[in-house]
Design a protein around this ligand. Structure first.
Ligand code: 13P
Ligand code: ZN
Length: 273
């Protein structure tokens, strides 16, 4: 089954990018132990004959997702290490297909070494984000959650616990951040990981146009059209957080790019704020 899945070139690209990005997440120190998770809507990349031919393992869901009925996803497993995904996707991730009612799913490939294999504990949040992406006709099919150290550090500082000061700080540290994330990033106050409450708050932030939502004292979630683009967005935002903290650690309060310099970027790159 594995060979037949990756025979499709689009599926091979997705698996290759997932493996490459997972190594970067680990190397950046954002994926300690089982930290972070990934889901990709692969409905268009995977042929339906393959998805129905596996030995299926049914899992019910607490919530209902009728608009995702019948769709297929590549999802990392709960408790699995990102650094192991590159070595063996079949043990550390799975392909699952949502039931026709959208209130459960069948694992049709992956999680091979453990009959109790389950997708990430953040699957409810991923599902709500995929639901939003489908409903809004958005081009993104990738949801990536990771623990970017410097961005998390900022959320421990009272002045950055709101979107406005957070975005202003990130934009002002490096011009490419304004260019890459012209709308900024969303902020969600601390909530218990894996809860529906956190999922809804995250979707609300994406609804406001952000491509990254920062979870206070936990990590962030990015949406993109490819795994590598999702990684790139977080990498770019975290660069600013790192510069800011380095200046602070050196005893400096950086002035950063001023308003007129940011306005210049908006004009030069035709950015939609
Ligand atoms: P999982 O191992 O369940 O994916 O959880 C990792 C994580 O980062 C939870 O927020
Ligand atoms: Zn997490």
């Amino acid at each position: 089954l594995c060979d037949s899945i990756i025979a499709g070139s689009e599926m091979k690209t997705i698996l290759d990018e997932a493996a490459e990005a997972s190594s970067y997440l680990w190397e950046n120190g954002w994926a300690e132990r089982n930290a972070g998770n990934l889901s990709v809507d692969i409905s268009d990349a995977l042929s339906s004959s393959i998805i129905l031919s596996g030995d299926e393992r049914f899992r019910p869901l607490a919530g209902s997702y009728p608009s995702l009925a019948g769709r297929s996803y590549l999802v990392t497993g709960t408790g699995r290490r990102f650094r192991d995904l590159a070595k063996d996707a079949g043990q550390n991730s799975c392909i699952l297909r949502m039931t026709d009612g959208g209130d459960g799913f069948n694992i049709v490939w992956g999680g091979l070494d453990n009959p109790d294999f389950n997708p990430t504990s953040e699957w409810p949040a991923h599902l709500r984000v995929h639901e939003f992406l489908r409903a809004s006709g958005a081009p993104e099919n990738v949801v990536l959650h990771t623990h970017p150290t410097e961005m998390i550090a900022l959320t421990h500082m009272p002045e950055y616990k709101n979107e406005q000061t957070l975005c202003q700080a990130l934009w002002s540290m490096h011009p490419e951040v304004k260019v890459t994330l012209p709308i900024g990033i969303g902020f969600a106050r601390y909530m218990v990981p894996g809860t529906e409450e956190l999922a809804m708050e995250t979707v609300e932030a994406f609804r406001r146009g952000f491509k990254i939502v920062l979870w206070e004292m936990h990590g962030c979630v990015a949406i993109a059209g490819s795994v590598m683009s999702a990684f790139d967005l977080i990498d770019t935002a975290n660069k600013s957080a790192k510069i800011l903290l380095m200046c602070r650690a050196a005893g400096l309060t950086p002035q950063g790019l001023e308003k007129h310099q940011q306005d210049e970027l908006v004009a030069a790159f035709g950015l939609k704020e």
